[in-house]
Design a binder for this molecule. Structure first.
Ligand SMILES: [Zn+2]
Length: 179
């Protein structure tokens, strides 16, 4: 039921949900609406309009002390998730608002990479980025990976666009209003 309510609210916020297909479900945040507004705009900006299910959870306990992480979870067939997969975004609930905002933007870039098939996890040790297989990098080296480079290059830009109230109306909508 919460999912339904959030979807309805998305429409009310006018952040262009009618143009995008992803279903976003948020848990563990006291500001679900604020998170939803950010996520909707980021996804729109990143051209993510695929029919995917994205869960964004804020957790007090994170795996391996990470601040934020995104991964794709394969689900059982025919359980209602599009393509039988669920994109799971986990964010440390202890981050302050500013850092949480940046983490959210950063992870949305990884969501885009997964959804567009640019990034694909092969197994625990291997990952494919734009057709090339890489060994999974750990700790500090992880930041050197090309998919991380891309995310770090653009995460703050996404936050700035959101904070500056970048025009929400899309060209498509505008042209519909002016035939
Ligand atoms: Zn990252």
């Amino acid at each position: 039921m919460i999912k339904l309510v959030l979807l309805l609210l998305l429409g009310v916020l006018g952040v262009g949900i009618s143009l995008s297909q992803p279903t976003v479900y948020i848990s563990g945040s006291k500001d679900s609406l604020g998170i939803l507004a950010q996520v909707s705009q980021h996804l729109k900006h990143l051209d993510v309009d695929e029919n995917v299910f994205i869960h964004i959870g804020f957790y007090n306990k994170m795996p391996e002390n990470m601040k934020a992480v995104t991964y794709v979870q394969k689900t059982f067939p025919n359980n209602g998730y599009p393509n039988d997969q669920l994109i799971e975004v986990r964010i440390d609930a202890h981050l302050n608002k500013k850092r949480q905002k940046l983490a959210l933007a950063h992870e949305m870039i990884h969501v885009k990479q997964y959804v567009k098939g640019e990034l694909e996890v092969v197994n625990r040790h291997h990952i494919i980025w734009k057709g090339t297989q890489y060994s999974y990098l750990h700790n500090k080296d992880r930041l050197l990976a090309p998919w991380e480079q891309e995310a770090y290059r653009h995460d703050r830009e996404l936050v700035n666009i959101f904070d500056e109230g970048y025009p929400i109306q899309s060209p498509t909508l505008a042209s519909q209003n002016n035939p």
